[in-house]
Design a binder for this molecule. Structure first.
Ligand code: S3P
Length: 441
């Protein structure tokens, strides 16, 4: 996948009302849990992106039947033991969530499986799921000890564990809990920090009993999931690009409809507010077990702040967009405790530093973060060419930078935007970003 580039003209403002697509994390889980449940589940607001379709197709290769009913995905659950052996390796493309959560599910199956991904996913660390799964009794091998493809042998007897992951990660936590459903006894995960709790919420909605306290979650093995309908809220991680864009572009006033604002990952709202952003949450409500709201964002002058590990944890996927905001702020923004950014779809600290420097922003990398010297003023960025390193969030963050640039910004390898945000170009253009997607020869 490569060939599409974004050409973004400088200036403009973001206005109007938009609804960004469904939440990626919740969409993955909805497919997985509906597939393992007994009965029929309807998933509305499902994110029809490459990553979530990779999850859907993986279950399709294991016998799942699904269809569409008035824009909702209808899933005929197979039950905890109803998956069939796939004929080939399951191709999970670019999707870390698919691979890490599925590894927990596959560890509990009677048949062998192989989980594979693209070049980027094959570079990402998988030892973090291999280690706890082995501790539970799973037979799982990775390339070079810890990379995809992962080979999982079926028929292993799993036993519950009490596990503290080395980093706060919803993917590790979810992997262990899902394997725990197939294990004897109780599985407990103790979190070294906060990670998103969509798995806990949604397993509860599918009828699984969980025991939760402040920093641990546990479940008994052998429980069944019962089909339910899921209404997926709009993805805060996708909304974040518009929140930053509207904040930095003068005369902006945009309302983002029906966005998930789960407390375990709404850090971008709090961080931008601490920098001076004008963000109003309207009509806060519960949407099928997840808090959601409309988010109104108006232009504001920002100032630099210190952002540490506790804040980063709640905004890990939004950091690239936050770095763009920091580049427009008065003063310096220092981000630390963000080492996990180095093992996302690309090394997001190095790649953001490279792109910001290319656009004339002074910044310096440390092992676990980035210091950015803001350039408040009519233009904060020069124009220029940006390498997205095949990372969707890098591409969309720099697209928004054009709102405060002196000249056009051109971003390469933007096909990967479809992994999380199909329709980004049209939606951003409808809100006022002068963006065009070109397919290179
Ligand atoms: C996700 C968890 C986070 C996040 C990723 C989605 C999830 O990763 O960065 O985009 O859906 O569980 P980690 O669990 O590695 O922090």
């Amino acid at each position: 996948m490569s060939g599409k580039s974004f050409h973004v003209q400088p200036g403009g403002a973001l206005t109007g009302e938009v609804r960004v697509p469904g939440d990626k994390s919740i969409s993955h889980r909805a497919i997985m849990f509906a597939a393992l449940a007994r009965g029929t589940s309807r998933i509305s607001g499902f994110l029809e992106s490459a990553d979530c379709l990779a999850t859907l197709n993986a279950f399709g290769a294991m016998g799942l039947t699904h269809g569409m009913q008035q824009d909702a995905r209808v899933i005929e659950g197979l039950g905890m033991h109803g998956l069939h052996a796939p004929e080939a390796a399951l191709d999970l493309g670019n999707s870390g969530t698919s691979m890490r959560l599925l590894s927990g599910i596959m560890a509990g199956q009677a048949f062998d499986s192989v989980l594979a991904g693209d070049a980027s996913l094959s570079r990402r660390p998988m030892k973090r799921v291999i280690d706890p799964l082995r501790e539970m009794g799973a037979r799982i091998e990775g390339r070079d000890g810890g990379r995809a493809p992962l080979s999982i042998s079926g028929g292993a007897a799993l036993a519950g564990i009490d596990y503290t992951p080395p980093v706060a990660s919803a993917q590790i936590k979810s992997c262990v809990l899902l394997a725990g459903l197939y294990a004897n006894g109780t599985t407990r995960v103790r979190e070294p920090g906060v990670s998103r709790d969509h798995t806990e919420r949604m397993l509860g909605a599918f009828g699984v009993e969980l025991e939760r306290d402040r920093d641990s979650v546990a479940l008994r093995g052998g429980q069944w999931l019962t089909a339910t309908d899921v209404a997926v809220p709009a993805d805060l991680s996708s909304a974040a690009f518009f929140m930053v864009g509207a904040t930095i572009a003068p005369n902006s006033d945009i309302t983002l409809r029906g966005v998930g604002i789960n407390a375990t990952r709404r850090g971008v709202i709090d961080i931008l507010r601490a920098m001076g952003a004008d963000i109003t949450l309207i009509d806060e409500r519960d949407q099928a077990g997840e808090p959601a709201a409309d988010i109104r964002v108006r232009s504001a002058a920002l100032h630099g702040i210190e952002i540490g590990a506790a804040e980063v944890e709640l905004a890990i996927d939004e950091c690239p967009a936050i770095f763009i905001a920091a580049a427009c702020a008065r003063g310096t923004t220092r981000v630390t405790g963000a080492a996990e950014l180095r093992v996302k779809e690309c090394d997001r600290i190095a790649v953001m530093a490279e792109g910001l420097a290319r656009l004339g922003v002074e910044c310096s990398e440390v092992e676990d973060g980035l210091t950015i010297v803001g350039r408040p003023g009519a233009t904060s960025f020069s124009g220029g060419g940006i390498a997205s390193h095949e990372d969707h969030r890098i591409a969309m963050s720099f697209a928004m930078a054009a709102l405060r640039a002196a000249a056009p910004i051109v971003i390469d390898d933007c096909d990967y935007v479809d992994t999380s945000f199909p329709g980004f170009v049209d939606l951003a253009a409808s809100a006022g970003l002068a963006i065009e997607s070109r397919t290179d020869e």
